[in-house]
Structures are given as structure tokens and as C-alpha cells.
Write a protein that binds this ligand. Structure first.
Ligand code: IPD
Ligand code: CA
Ligand code: CA
Length: 264
């Protein structure tokens, strides 16, 4: 399969669905908010967007299955699965905060081989495929070249439903506040990963995530030269609900701090 060609077709589908989401932004209001579970919001926009993506991607690769947040398809594939978050940053979207993305990853078996994150607030199309490099709006991107924590800007997601590890998480934040340039919380994990890939952030970590939050973004980070792991330093970061990514030059130091505070 020619992944580069497939990637450009996926970006085309994302642009179309992105137009739909941006159009609906002016119509959607608080009455459209549905609660899926504690602090997990959704509206008709997420669901319709996912239906459009599933239909477009099905035409591109008929044999692929789907792992999609809103459950509009649960088709199983043999070799390939699309992992889709039609709107990452729904709370931002519904509160009028302009940071939200479409995130699409393609898995071949256990491996993520293609990723697209389309950040709609700034119309930035991030995309990458295995051994093909990572790009932002047509230009190659790289992770940062920082080597010291004191020069680094990190991103995270705050716990909002799983509060079991919150004390450890807060201690970890305090350590990073003291040792780095700061920590941001944008409200879209896919965007956080894309920002690490292009060097705006030097690292990102979060627990309590789902496969569709990260599958697209990890391909971007890896292809841009960064490192990705779970909090233990292992590879269970797509389905394992926790992820740590950073530029090469600081990854080892940064992972040791995460392991220390998150008790691994
Ligand atoms: C959420 C965002 C957020 C992260 C949450 C995700 P959603 O995705 O990525 O930044 O902190 O864990 O669930 O619900 O907006 O698709
Ligand atoms: Ca998400
Ligand atoms: Ca979502």
C-alpha cells in the first residue's frame, strides 16, 4: 500500500468534514450538549462528523475496520483499523474555545502507520506516515532540539473523571512547574501531540486517554523524531490509557520524573 498517497486522501476527507464542523460551530448551542459520562460531552456535530469520516475512509480502504469514539461503526478488519476521533476537544468546541481537532490513525495490526490531526481553530493540517516523515500544511516538521528541562514547555490533560491517581499527578505537575518553563492544558490531546511533533511543545503526558485521542498523533511525533511510551517506558500507549511523548534530547530525563511521581 502506498501510504503517502493514502495520507493525502485522508487529509482531503478531513478538510471536507472540517468544513462541516466549522459551519456547525456557529449553530451549536448549550441545548445540543449531551452527557455521555462524567464530564464527557458530545453533540450531533461529533456524531455526524464521524459518520462522514467513516463513509469517506470506507471508500478509501474497504477492507479496514473501525475503532471510532462515537460508535458509528464497529466493523472489524483483518489487518487494518482506522482509529477515529471526529472532534477532539469537544468541551472546547461547545464552550467556544478555538482549539479542537479531527484525529485519524491507521493501525496495521498493532502498529500505527499513518496519522492525521487537523486542528480546526487555525486550519492546521498535520500528517505523517510510517517512514515518510511528518508535515504541517505541506512543510516538513521536526520535534524540538532541547536538551534541558529548564528550557522546555510541556502539555498535559487534567484528570476529569478518573481521580484515583490525582495526588501523584499533582505532585508530578509541581515538579515540572519547578524544573521547566511551564505546563499547558489546551483541552485536545490530539492537538497536544501535533504541537510536540512540530516543536511548539517539548513533551506531553496524560492518563485516562482512549485510543482515538492518541492514535493519529503518535505517528506525527515518531515521524518528527520524537519518542513515545507509556508511563513505564513500555509500548502500551494506544490502548493502555496513558502516554508520555517528548523530543529525543530530554525524553529519558522526563520519563524518569514521570515514573517517579506516577509510582512506576
Ligand atoms: C478529550 C481531549 C482532552 C483530554 C481528554 C479527552 P474529547 O477528548 O483530548 O484534551 O484531556 O482526556 O477525552 O472528549 O474532546 O474527544
Ligand atoms: Ca478525544
Ligand atoms: Ca471526541
Amino acid at each position: 500500500m502506498e501510504l503517502g498517497l493514502l495520507c493525502s486522501q485522508v487529509t482531503r476527507i478531513c478538510k471536507e468534514t472540517g468544513e462541516f464542523i466549522l459551519k456547525e460551530k456557529n449553530k451549536v448551542n448549550k441545548e445540543h450538549i449531551e452527557l455521555k459520562s462524567l464530564n464527557s460531552l458530545v453533540s450531533y456535530v461529533d456524531k455526524n462528523a464521524e459518520e462522514q469520516l467513516v463513509s469517506g475512509l470506507s471508500a478509501l480502504l474497504p477492507e479496514a475496520g473501525f475503532i471510532a469514539e462515537e460508535g458509528t461503526s464497529d466493523k472489524k478488519g483483518e489487518r487494518y483499523h482506522w482509529v477515529i476521533d471526529p472532534l477532539d476537544g469537544t468541551t472546547n468546541f461547545l464552550h467556544g474555545i478555538p482549539v479542537f481537532s479531527i484525529s485519524i490513525g491507521l493501525m496495521e495490526g498493532d502498529e500505527t502507520v499513518l496519522g492525521v490531526v487537523y486542528e480546526l481553530g487555525r486550519k492546521e493540517m498535520f500528517y505523517a506516515w510510517k517512514d515518510g516523515g511528518a508535515y504541517l500544511n505541506g512543510k516538513p516538521i521536526k520535534t524540538s532540539n532541547q536538551t534541558e528541562l529548564k528550557d522546555c514547555l510541556f502539555a498535559t490533560g487534567f484528570p476529569y473523571y478518573d481521580f484515583g491517581r490525582m495526588q501523584n499527578f499533582l505532585q508530578l505537575l509541581m515538579a515540572l512547574f519547578e524544573q521547566s518553563r511551564g505546563v499547558r492544558r489546551l483541552g485536545s490531546a490530539a492537538t497536544d501531540l501535533a504541537y510536540v511533533a512540530c516543536g511548539r511543545f517539548d513533551g506531553f503526558f496524560e492518563y485516562g486517554l482512549s485510543p482515538w485521542d492518541v492514535a493519529g498523533g503518535v505517528v506525527l511525533v515518531k515521524e518528527a523524531g520524537g519518542k513515545v511510551s507509556d508511563f513505564k517506558g513500555g509500548n502500551d500507549y494506544i490502548f493502555g490509557k496513558e502516554i508520555a511523548v517528548a523530543s529525543q534530547g530530554i525524553f529519558d530525563t522526563y520519563l524518569e520524573i514521570i515514573k517517579d511521581y506516577m509510582k512506576y
